[in-house]
Design a protein around this ligand. Structure first.
Ligand SMILES: [Ca+2]
Length: 146
């Protein structure tokens, strides 16, 4: 009965051309729009080392973004990188390299000495890759082909 009443109210509002805020029809979830995005993906080339591959995230917003719990995945989610504490400042870029290294400043390392991103190499049936960025709430916020 309650649901019917709610539906009736929504239908009435639609007919009258108004939107009921109580039902969240136009509500924006605060913080749902992300200012951090995948700004570059270099998938590497034959003969290169894992650390020559990289994905870059840029914060185009006016405030810092805490990337703790954010994830980067490749096409098919074969590999997942989970950020520990990292603050990406406004108008800044962080580079995540695929190999092993000592993280410093704006460079992080995936931490395994393996290739993450598929090269462009039709001979070996590799056609590049895509980087997907998920926020700490598990929402896909950005992707980029490389
Ligand atoms: Ca590669």
């Amino acid at each position: 009965m309650k649901n019917r009443l709610a539906v009736a109210i929504v239908v009435m509002c639609l007919l009258l051309g108004t939107v009921p805020f109580a039902f969240g029809a136009t509500e924006k979830i605060s913080g749902s729009s992300s200012s951090a995005y995948v700004s570059a993906l270099y998938v590497g080339a034959t003969g290169e080392k894992p650390n020559q591959e990289y994905v870059k995230l840029t914060n185009g917003g006016k405030t810092s973004v805490n990337l703790k719990g954010w994830k980067i995945k490749d096409e098919g989610a074969k590999h997942t990188y989970i950020f520990s504490s990292y603050t990406l400042k406004s108008k800044s870029t962080v580079t995540l390299r695929s190999g092993i290294g000592k993280s410093s400043g704006s460079t992080l390392y995936w931490g395994k000495n393996i290739f993450i991103w598929n090269n462009h190499d039709p001979k070996h049936k590799e056609y590049g890759d895509t980087a997907y960025l998920w926020n700490a709430q598990g929402k896909l916020v950005s992707s980029k082909k490389g």
